[in-house]
Write a protein that binds this ligand. Structure first.
Ligand code: PRP
Length: 229
């Protein structure tokens, strides 16, 4: 899969900077499905299917560097040395829209632990508001995959990364389908060690802090709760 690494060095970081990779996955399937996802005529049912497909493609890319241990199995003929994933992997959906990315990634990583974070964006201030977190006080996962289809101002992702940091998580990756350039820059600035994987980066945020052209509100489109204007 072709990827574009658009790693950005935040201006305040002066030392050698090793984290904070930003990867925009470039692939005909990604382009095809993102385009359908953006289309306002796409039904909630198709929207959910598209989020599934794109989540698999994103997760494939984001998990390329997960460590494995050698593992021997007995085939019907002889022994074969393969590998199995090492360590505990946490899948962290941001409610609500992140829920749509959980099942497809759990299919790829069936032993992942799912830790939900409830955050919504205040409509007036565009600031994230926390309403659910049950992270335990200790035993952090070895790597966390935060999933949310949209990264707009980046406030929700920064808040989620702060919670994971408080839990003691050392490696966090963000998987979003659509991001704004401004939001990516902000996450990089505040959390320079987090890797970000996206399917598309849009140039603009409008006055209401919606991604333009974007796809509208992913949670509402996924769960068929779009309110008439
Ligand atoms: C949307 C989206 C992200 C957040 C992105 O959620 O799913 O969680 O906004 O915005 P930000 O980058 O500016 O923080 P929303 O608040 O609409 O909640 P929902 O998923 O329950 O619809």
């Amino acid at each position: 899969m072709t990827t574009t690494s658009v790693k950005q060095r935040p201006s305040h970081v002066t030392e050698e900077w090793s984290g904070g990779n930003v990867v925009a996955v470039e692939h005909p399937l990604v382009l095809h499905h993102v385009t359908r996802l953006r289309d306002r005529e796409t039904s909630p049912e198709e929207f959910r299917h598209l989020v599934h497909r794109l989540s698999v493609l994103l997760a494939y890319e984001a998990t390329q560097d997960l460590p494995t241990d050698p593992h021997i199995v007995h085939t019907p003929l002889t022994n074969a040395t393969g590998g199995r994933l090492r360590g505990r992997i946490g899948l962290v959906p941001i409610l609500r829209a992140g829920l749509g990315m959980v099942d497809p990634i759990l299919n790829l990583i069936p032993d992942a632990e799912v830790w939900h974070l409830g955050l919504y964006r205040d409509e007036e201030t565009a600031q994230p508001v926390k309403y659910y977190s049950k992270l335990p006080p200790d035993r952090p996962v070895d790597v966390a995959l935060i999933v949310d289809p949209m990264l707009a101002t980046g406030g929700s992702i920064v808040s989620a990364l702060a919670e994971l940091n408080d839990w003691g998580v050392k490696r966090a990756k963000v998987l979003s389908i659509i991001a704004s350039q401004e939001g990516i820059t902000e996450v990089n600035r505040q959390c320079p060690d987090a890797d970000i994987f996206v399917c598309a980066i849009d140039d603009e945020l409008n006055a209401a802090k919606f991604i333009v052209p974007g796809l509208g509100d992913a949670g509402d489109r996924m769960f068929n709760t779009v309110q008439p204007q």
